[in-house]
Design a protein around this ligand. Structure first.
Ligand SMILES: [Zn+2]
Length: 258
């Protein structure tokens, strides 16, 4: 379902805040009674919410007064991991070592090797090193789309429902969403999680095709095709943040709550 989101007023450019190492987003919330501050763990962004009477200057002062709190919270976030040669990343819940192999004529662009004795497989990416992060990203999106198409079709068929379109995105606020027109959207990071987690998010969004809420009828519907939904929800609460460490931007070649 769609979740209410407060539109961002814009970024805050205050030279005193240049060294905090994270973007600052300012939002105006009509219902807010006072200035509030939070650090988004999934987006690594500082978010200041303003009540109607406040201006951006007050947001800057407020942030400056609480700068130690902000630094501490940013410092506690797990390190971001860009898609790069040598990183260890999960794929369908299993550890994989990423290898950028360079140009190797005749080899498929991305391949997965068998796991070694420690259970680690290699995710081998061929081609020019500067294109490798992009190639790996495209491959991860395609794998996520393939698994999600498959699981959405299965749940939809079993519940007598039909999804209109499935999109995979780099979304950080939600694992999945369902529009009123029946279009489903998912985070690419679900391909990193164990298959049962991707399966649960697929079941959750398919159930929204019939029930655009989180009421008892919605959960009964989810349970019909996903009896172990609570296990998956628990996993996402504990380990979901870990999947957000993997970043498509920072340090790459040239550059989603339910
Ligand atoms: Zn939902």
């Amino acid at each position: 379902m769609r979740h209410f989101q407060v539109p961002a007023l814009g970024a805050l450019h205050d030279p005193r805040l240049d060294d905090i190492g994270a973007p600052v987003e300012v939002r105006r919330h009509p219902g807010a009674r006072r200035l509030t501050l939070r650090v988004s763990r999934t987006r690594r962004t500082v978010i200041v919410t303003l009540p109607s009477g406040c201006d951006l200057g007050e947001a800057g002062k407020f942030l400056h007064r609480n700068i130690d709190w902000v630094r501490q919270h940013l410092g506690n976030l797990p390190q971001q991991v860009p898609l790069a040669d040598g990183i260890l990343m999960p794929l369908r819940g299993e550890p994989h070592r990423v290898r950028f192999l360079g140009c190797s004529p005749g080899r498929v662009p991305v391949a997965v090797t068998k796991a070694d004795e420690e259970g680690v497989s290699e995710l081998v990416v061929c081609g020019r090193p500067e294109h490798a992060p992009r190639r790996l990203k495209d491959w991860l999106f395609a794998e996520a789309r393939r698994d999600l198409n498959d699981r959405v079709a299965w749940h939809a068929q079993n519940l007598g429902l039909k999804a209109k379109r499935i999109t995979v995105r780099d979304q950080t606020s939600r694992w999945g969403s369902c529009s009123t027109t029946g279009a489903l959207s998912f985070s690419w990071r679900l391909i990193l999680a164990p298959p049962g987690i991707l399966d649960y998010v697929a079941a959750h969004e398919v159930a929204h095709l019939a029930e655009m809420n989180h009421g008892p009828r919605f959960w009964q519907l989810v349970e019909k095709t996903m009896p172990r939904k609570d296990e998956a929800r628990g996993w996402l609460r504990v380990y979901g943040i870990d999947l957000h460490r993997f970043s498509l931007d920072a340090g790459s070649c040239s550059g989603a709550d339910i």
